[in-house]
Design a protein around this ligand. Structure first.
Ligand SMILES: NC(=O)c1ccc[n+]([C@@H]2O[C@H](COP(=O)([O-])OP(=O)(O)OC[C@H]3O[C@@H](n4cnc5c(N)ncnc54)[C@H](OP(=O)(O)O)[C@@H]3O)[C@@H](O)[C@H]2O)c1
Length: 303
């Protein structure tokens, strides 16, 4: 008997989340996968069909979607450099908003569901962590683009899932270093680092995020779901946990505050996402930071 496979298009497959999604779906026999991103090829093994695509090009997006006719499009592509978005505003809007609008248009033509990633940066960080129905008030241009992308989807007349997450960590090929790798690399070289005590989140291990996203898809959910980590803590305390698990010198970590960093974009200070809805409705069960860091340590030692 022929199994009817679910057709899933992963856009942004070369990013931190994109690669983790490919890794997961490559083991699912009930899924037919097609990959797309802006680079010339997929960074992992080439057992999958791949299309080089720039989501700011409406015709490229339309052609890709009409050629593959997906049941689901997972959009893991974005301009994620928060300070870069502050200065390169036109590019940020093109990728994070117009790109999403073109994906929505494609979904409408082929009746696909769009699964889109959003962020706690749509909030101002005055009183996080945030519920799904809290009122957004972005304080950075990146946050504005991500909020606008959510609105493009909500008014798009398509079935959708918006997954909001925060402070992703995990190891993948060729992506910019995550916070864990940055801390480990500096402390291993006996370099001092300054880490803020006033930014609070619930850091999200990329494999937990994949688990949350795929549960929501499999359970045919719609609407907004927060997917984050179990523990709510300051960035400084996160760095301390990393040093402890990797047996590195904690005294190299200096405390600082956000106002001393002079970053181009403002950061929400009390950010983070409340994950109760995902726990209750999806059976989402993230692991602790300790468990995840130990997993990363093992992965790095095996490399
Ligand atoms: N990372 C976090 O802490 C975090 C937190 C909350 C929410 N999110 C959201 O989660 C999603 C995934 O984040 P991530 O950290 O996995 O991102 P990432 O590692 O930066 O990956 C994004 C991917 O999209 C690609 N891309 C950029 N512009 C494109 C375009 N015009 N057309 C096609 N592909 C394009 C990037 O290519 P290049 O690298 O070559 O530009 C990259 O491969 C994003 O929507 C992000 O906003 C992330």
């Amino acid at each position: 008997m022929n199994l009817i496979k679910t057709r899933i298009l992963i856009v942004g497959c070369n990013g931190l989340l994109g690669q983790a999604l490919v890794n997961y779906y490559s083991k699912r026999k009930d899924v037919e996968l097609h990959l797309a991103s802006i680079e010339d090829a997929f960074v992992g093994n080439n057992q999958f069909t791949y299309t080089k695509i720039d989501i700011t090009k409406r015709n490229e997006v339309k052609k890709l979607i009409l050629d593959f006719v997906p049941d689901y499009i997972i959009n893991a592509a974005a301009y994620t450099d928060v300070d870069g978005c502050e200065t390169n505003r036109e590019l940020a809007w093109n990728i994070n908003v117009n790109g999403v609008k073109y994906l929505v248009e494609g979904c409408r033509i082929v009746d696909a569901k769009l699964v889109h990633l959003s962020t706690d940066f749509i909030f101002d960080g005055q009183n996080g962590p945030y519920h799904e129905d809290d009122k957004p008030n972005p304080i950075s241009y990146y946050g504005r683009t991500k909020f606008a992308s959510e609105n493009e989807i909500k008014i798009g007349g398509i079935p959708f899932l918006i997954i909001r997450t925060n402070v992703l960590y995990g190891i993948q090929k060729g992506v910019k270093k995550d916070f864990v790798e940055w801390v480990v690399e500096n402390l291993s070289q006996n370099k001092h680092i300054n880490v803020v005590t006033d930014q609070w989140n619930n850091p999200t291990y990329v494999e937990d995020l994949v688990n949350g996203i795929t549960l929501a898809i499999d359970k045919r959910k719609n609407g907004i779901y927060n997917i984050g980590g179990l523990e709510y803590l300051s960035r400084y305390d996160f760095a301390i946990k990393i040093a402890e698990v990797f047996d590195l010198d904690k005294s190299l970590i200096n405390k600082t505050t956000t106002d001393k960093l002079n970053q181009k974009a403002k950061r929400p200070l009390r950010g983070g996402v409340i994950i109760l809805k995902a726990q209750a409705e999806l059976g989402y069960k993230p692991r602790t930071i300790q468990e995840n860091l130990e997993g990363i340590k093992k992965k790095l030692l095996d490399l």
